[in-house]
Design a protein around this ligand. Sequence first.
Ligand code: MN
Ligand code: MN
Length: 466
Amino acid sequence: MPKATESQKLKDKLFSKRPHAGQVLTDAQWDEAASYCEGYKTFLQAGKTEREVVEYALKMAAEQGFTEYQADKKYKPGSKIYVNNRGKALIFAVIGKEKPDAGLRLAAAHIDSPRLDLKQNPLYEENELALLKTHYYGGIKKYQWATIPLALHGVIIRADGGKIDVRIGEEADEPQFCVTDLLPHLAAEQSKRTLSQGIKGEELNVLVGSRPFREDGGSELVKLRILQLLSEKYGIVEEDFLGAELELVPAFPVRDIGFDRSLIGGYGQDDRVCAYPALTALFSLTTTQKTCVVILADKEEIGSDGNTGLQAAYFTHFVQALCEAAEVPARDCIVRTECLSADVNAAFDPTWPGVMEKNNSAYLNKGVVVTKYTGSRGKSGTSDASAEFTAKVLEIFRAAGLLRQTGELGKVDEGGGGTVAKYLANLGMDVIDVGVPVLSMHSPFEVSAKADIWMAHKAFGAFFLA
Ligand code: MN
Ligand code: MN
């Protein structure tokens, strides 16, 4: 090794470092990351809607001895409990040795993802084809959702109250669905549209059939046959669509990406790529000082409104119940709570460098991203974590020997975004965003790096125990 120059020695001492997993992880650690991510891939494949994630997470939790929280029950340190909010959002907690007025250690992720929701009167026939009208959910680039295989997930509540779970298009022997697009030969006019108008909202119509009910001179015979099939399979009539929650999601299976298999491609990684590590970190805890909590929230992609979004009171109600049982004030618990808003950030994409500021963007394989502020146009709409809390969280990760980096969502004034961080911060607790960098965010096929996901698992674990 050549002797280090004076300037090199001083640089080593003074410059901040943002190492790449390639410089730090041993082969055994790369393998460990990959093996950890097999569980994540199964989770991602199983949970393509918030309801499915809830179901799968409850199965995982049951194996870990979690039981449903009962407000009138006293819980000892080490108790593992959960609250199920309408099958669409969850709170998990491991009760700590200290009373809740010492504050909680909280990680909050969301389990809803952008998709195409069916309208309430979805089914129609046009030129002997049956189609479904959709209303997209969350921020999507609409053109990305045409000409890809789609699966139908969700629930139908029949008039008699019976609930039907729907999941069609994931298994090899099941049919799939799709949104059609114009052939390039005839797209001269369409091609003049701006990209955001390339496929318009009312053009996201999903093809679901073409064979008519036997020809007897009637009208809407293709639609009739579809309803006949649905009636046979589910016992429903058209009216039952009115109260259904049916969603088209990409039908691509979750796959390793790259010759080296270092990446994962799949739908809905925002934000299940943070939900899973937060859960596995919580599940690895036995006894802790502080009560440790994971929230899996719904509705983040449409602004966290509604009774399963994090602007709703269900988390506060849970804290109040915990504190009443312990006979301590809930406000003390809230203001002393420290929270990681577990959400993704945009990874630097070498094909699209122009929107990123390279010194302050997150990179794949550089570990968990600590995002002090989100928002847009001069930090509007962000909770902007304090210096004290930011430094504390960074130091927890450094002391645990983790790969961590900071991130900002693109260049100043390029765009922006937000997370659940501000809603929790508005309650009075300290909050900062921590998560996994993702490529092609909000697309039907998002990409993340295994090393980062594994780091996120360790980061949430270190935070819970710090
Ligand atoms: Mn997100
Ligand atoms: Mn998102």
